[in-house]
Design a protein around this ligand. Sequence first.
Ligand SMILES: [Zn+2]
Length: 665
Amino acid sequence: MFSLQTKKASMKKTLIGTLLAIILGLVQSSPSCLPGDRALGRCISATEEKASCIDNALGYCDDLAYSKTIFPNLLDHRTRGEIEFSSEYILLSVIDNLLQGECNPDLRIVGCSVLAPRCEKNKVVKPCRKVCESLKKSCQPAFDAIDMAWPYFLDCDRFFVGEEEGCHDPLEKLRVNIDVVSEEVAPQMPNTFIHFNHHSYTQMISVLKKTAARCSHISKTYSIGRSFEGKELLVIEFSTNPGQHELLKPEFRYIGNMHGNEVLGRELLIYLAQYLCSEYLLGNARIQAIINTTRIHLLPSMNPDGYDLAAEEGAGYNGWTSGRLNAQNIDLNRNFPDLTSEFHKIIKMRSARLDHMPIPESYWDSKIAPETKAVMKWMRAIPFVISGSLHGGDLVVSYPYDFSKHPLEEKMFSPTPDEKVFQLLAKTYVASHPLMSSKATERCGGNFVSKGGIINGAEWYSFSGGMSDFSYLHTNCFELTLELGCDKFPTEDELYSAWQDNKESLLSLIEMVHRGIKGIVKDEYGNPIKKARISVKGIRHDITTAENGDYWRLLIPGVHIVSAEAFGYSKVTKKITLPAKMTKPGRVDFVLKRVDINNRKFDRLVPEDIYDRFDPLDRFDPHSHNNNGEQGEGGELTAEREKPWWWSYFSMLGQNRPVWLLKNN
Ligand SMILES: [Zn+2]
């Protein structure tokens, strides 16, 4: 259903048209009241001064539950003209469009109950505070999504009163309709009813925030930065202790919509968030086990600007590439530092370190998207173990490396040292997916049937600067690329079955963070050692410990020789056996002894500050200032901040522009 998509360009025209129509209409409708007179208060007619009930004639408030209103209204507007020229009224006339259907029509009607208050027996009856409070609770996320402050005239304490003061419910008319519908259609409706439709940016933010609010004991949203056009890159997190890394608890992430026109992953993650929340509340044992043992982060849209462009064309109409790139025309999955060529270059050097590779200096001279930077910082801030990057255009799971080991070979099997682990992860996703695991070759993704529905990225087609290669070579995180279907922008009626096809796979991949081993590395006195290295014989790719000395090492079943070492400490080696059927990771802790660093050669150990070249640059990222507390809040950047995109719609109001809608004002 393409009418649900955001059509920003056409929306702008409509809005400007609306405003002009309002203003022109008003000038005609009150010819006797010139703007100068109005300012001097000369427009008050005799009838209005008597303060008696009159018919409500405000066009945008013509569907209230009552017909009589009174002047002055609750904002002390004394004439109809004064209201119609007010920025409050103009806001109500455009708010449905600005919020893209969120909070419609409740917000407008509650606003109208302030601008055109109910009148009974020539007295004002104020709207109920409770109604205002619940409206604010459900609509605040939609305002946050467009960076708009809550309108002052919807201040529940100022303009609304309690029941004891004889208030009225401005939404009573709506409630009657809703009650009838919900009783007839779904008497046993579950707590959350997932709507399997496409979500505009505003709708997405709103659903995520509402979900986090509903499950606030296990969920939280946070922003990792902003897109080039300033949209939040909002993550929803699930954990028994949201906002915190917990000792030994593995971290998982899904990233959707990196290519703006590949939208299925975005929707699936929005559904997954709602599913996790409601199933946890309903007592689903599996979902509770997952959330109790894992910290899950979902970034449904890494490229919200590209999405808007793709959505303008709409489902079924989207071509192959429109909206793929970000707003600067950067392909985000080509924009990460290319560490893979470096890997292939130095692999023959016995002492070269092939994990946690530093970002080459030259990278910083290239054009780097704010979305890319935000994700790189995020990858570094959290000790992720597994990631899934959700794409579209084919039906297959691909895994690193994406960049061929031979620069001139476009299709060349280029495995990582963890080939077996990657195969295990990829096969897990495929196994639970009815289409991916189907043996039919005449289907979408049919050419991967002979490979079991999975493929090494470079063997499929080679490219550099991808996110998955970077994740593996720069951090501890193993990332898969999930190609979810041949249709990059499916129609709405396909979304429910796509969710059914992927739900089990999405959950199974999360559960894979419990494969292999985990543990803590400490010194003799019990102090955790961070950035200690966990190496496995035969796999030239080390994992490092997190801040509190905890680590996770994904491994396939079998016998493994595992060592832990850290700069200035002795190396400790253990032999472990992992059974074929594992549901829990093996726990392997290490205690390292201090040694005299002058007496030992620490080959393959590099100084710990390999990332230092990365961090200073963040300060110059104009899009990162609002998600980075340490850079000082309210600095020059905030003061100089541009106005939000919707500000221009109020520019014709001159000095009466609603500055109260600007945040931090
Ligand atoms: Zn893609």
